[in-house]
Ligand binder design. Structure first.
Ligand code: UD1
Length: 419
């Protein structure tokens, strides 16, 4: 599938910010920690969530949609296996290690897949689980684990604040006996929303905002209704479209704040006015270069927004340097931006970007979710028609991106890919 976009229009309209992909996936993995019904409001209907539901259904979990409310109930688990077909699609499948071990005492999970943005090893997850008493009998194609005897207290220092490993260990320790102190944990907002949800379910967990998490396992967790937080990367993507096209859009946020995200976009020239339930993003003054910006774990600049900034800065009034420190393979879109007329030189993990006054439409490829969204932005900023092939990758994380862009007044549509 491809998305065709005719550039040159200024964004002008309204966008509702969807529920967050990276918050929803661990929250869904946590839904098997209780036998009760769990209700997720504002759950994004995206491929990654659908694939996560396929994993849950394979385990025997009931899952039903009503509009964007998802109801899940794991009262009878009929399996503790996450098979290759399902796990291969999605990195977040590894989160079932923690929640299955906590719920059933054993887990068999095929090595996870996900976007092609780097090697994505799992050593931090496995080392921390082993320190927590988990016995791993296979660690090649399959991860075969038994919970073994959980130590009464355990202290684990993460060598790097991995988001997934932090989530996995939280999921493992919240249920059952034992106390755990996790140090140097990830502090991404998605960790906070997972902990907040678990506390509402009855978990004893604290300290997540400090990177030093304390958990006291409980016997039982209960079902709740919860709302998935708004997606900070979708917020940045659509605000960047206002800036990149020198337009003005209204982002319906449901009252949630995006201050850290706004700060990065403000550096690039975006102007924001916050109301009660919405934030106006305006880019009428054009794109400012950023002399140096590098991705880092939260509260640093998010790697998931790096591709968006690569597109934006390629049209800035001056030179920028953008470095990637989190995933080694997140510059796959540079050749496509260059094909569209961008002046970018890659030196190892940094991109030296000299802003150009025009980009032109081309056929390009969405090699992964975020670069796909960034190429849509490049297409909106370019003269003429851009076709983004493999655009199904964008549906992994964005709810109806074409419809959203149309609501912003941009000329965009789905097309069949020519074979
Ligand atoms: C999550 C997000 C992803 C985001 C990333 C960083 C989800 C579903 N995905 O991915 O969108 O870009 O956080 O904010 O929430 N690493 C190891 N060993 C490990 C684990 C990670 O070396 O055991 C490395 C990774 O290869 C990578 C870095 O640590 O270089 C960050 O990975 P991590 O924070 O774990 O990201 P994910 O949880 O995979």
């Amino acid at each position: 599938m491809q998305i065709a976009i005719c550039g040159g229009e200024r964004a002008d309209g309204d966008v509702s910010i969807q529920g967050s992909k990276n918050a929803a996936l661990p929250m869904l993995a946590a839904s098997i920690l209780t036998e009760d019904e769990m209700v997720f409001h504002r759950c994004p209907q995206i491929y990654d969530v659908e694939w996560m539901l396929a994993l849950l259904r394979h385990l025997g979990v009931k899952a039903t949609w009503e509009s964007d409310t998802l109801t899940v109930q794991a009262n009878h688990l009929q399996s503790h296996d996450i098979l290759q077909k399902e796990a291969g699609r999605l990195r977040a499948s590894i989160l079932f290690l923690g929640s299955l071990l906590a719920r059933t005492g054993s887990a068999k999970v095929h090595m996870p897949g996900g976007c092609s943005i780097g090697k994505r090893p799992i050593d931090i997850h496995m080392d921390a689980l082993e320190k927590s008493g988990v016995q791993v009998s296979d660690w090649e194609e399959w991860l075969v684990c038994e919970s073994g005897s959980k130590p009464e207290t355990v202290e684990i220092h993460f060598p790097y604040p991995s988001v997934g490993a932090t989530e996995n260990l939280i999921l493992y320790h919240v249920l059952g006996k034992g106390k755990a102190r996790l140090k140097n944990t990830a502090r991404e907002p998605e960790i906070n929303s997972l902990c907040e949800m678990l506390r509402q379910m009855g978990a004893k967990i604290s300290g997540e905002k400090t990177g030093n998490i304390y958990i006291e396992g409980v016997k039982k967790l209960h079902g709740i209704h919860t709302k998935i937080p708004a997606d900070r990367i979708a917020f940045m993507t659509y605000a960047a479209m206002a800036l990149g096209t020198q337009g003005k859009i209204c982002l319906r946020t449901g009252g949630e704040s995006f201050e850290p995200e706004q700060r990065y976009l403000e550096k690039a020239g975006c102007h924001f006015v916050a109301g009660t339930n919405e934030i106006i993003a305006e880019g009428t003054r054009g794109i400012c270069p950023i002399s140096f910006l590098k991705t880092q774990p939260y509260p640093g600049f998010p790697t998931d927004a790096q591709s968006i900034f690569l597109s934006l800065l390629s049209r800035a009034h001056g030179e920028s340097v953008l470095c990637e420190t989190v995933f080694e393979n997140r510059f796959q879109m540079i050749p496509y931006l260059k094909k569209m007329g961008a002046d970018i030189e890659r030196m190892e993990q940094c991109a030296h970007i000299r802003g150009v006054t025009r980009l032109h439409g081309e056929t390009v490829v969405a090699t992964d979710l975020r670069s796909g969204a960034a190429l849509l932005l490049a297409g909106a900023m370019a003269e003429g028609k851009t076709c983004v092939e493999k655009a199904e990758n964008i549906l992994r994380g964005y709810v109806e991106p074409v419809e959203q862009m149309k609501k912003m007044g941009l000329r965009v549509q789905w097309e069949e890919e020519e074979s």
